[in-house]
Design a protein around this ligand. Structure first.
Ligand code: S3P
Length: 167
């Protein structure tokens, strides 16, 4: 069976929805950020701080390659995975893309207390940064086969909408 690949911006709920969806469908759950941390032995902020975004992206591409070679998974991708055309290509070969979205204000509320997202923790206003990045990435997230707004439905509804779509 094809993988179910959750894509979308930071704070749209990919990991939370992915875990619940995997339980609901009796599938294994893989989170690419967690895999990167496991493989490198470093946290995402440490990777960005010590080695920079480019190094992070190459670790991410390696993890995606391994995940894309497997089957039957629910995969929560990091928000930047879809920026890499080769990653999109290999995930697509063996997967269906479920896009999660949320309004910038909703994302801001979800991420503001956490310090685990280097791309949002830089100088300047975080909400502005979210808006800017979302706009820049809109096209990349449009590869989704089916999209759910997680700001307008609760977790169980989101999971059921995805299950229905997959039927
Ligand atoms: C990133 C999203 C993060 C993580 C890294 C970069 C991005 O994952 O991979 O901080 O470029 O959007 P989440 O989407 O799980 O927060």
């Amino acid at each position: 069976m094809k993988n179910i690949v959750l894509i979308g911006f930071m704070g749209t709920g990919k990991s939370t929805v992915g875990r619940r969806l995997a339980t609901r469908l009796g599938r294994e759950f893989v989170d690419t950020d967690e895999e990167i941390e496991r493989v490198t032995g470093k946290t995402i902020p440490q990777l960005f701080a010590r080695d920079g975004e480019i190094r992070f992206r190459s670790e991410e591409a390696l993890v995606v390659k391994k995940v894309a070679a497997r089957q039957n998974l629910v995969v929560a991708t990091g928000g930047g995975v879809v920026l890499n055309p080769e990653s999109v290509r290999i995930l697509r070969e063996n997967g269906v893309f479920i896009g999660l979205t949320a309004d910038p204000e909703v994302i801001y509320q979800r991420v503001k207390r956490k310090r685990n997202r280097p791309l949002l923790n830089g100088p300047g206003d975080t909400l502005d940064r979210i808006r800017e990045l979302l706009a820049a990435r809109q096209e990349a997230y449009a590869v989704a086969d089916f999209t759910v707004d997680t700001g307008r439905h609760d977790l169980e509804e989101v999971v059921e909408m995805i299950v229905e779509y997959l039927k």
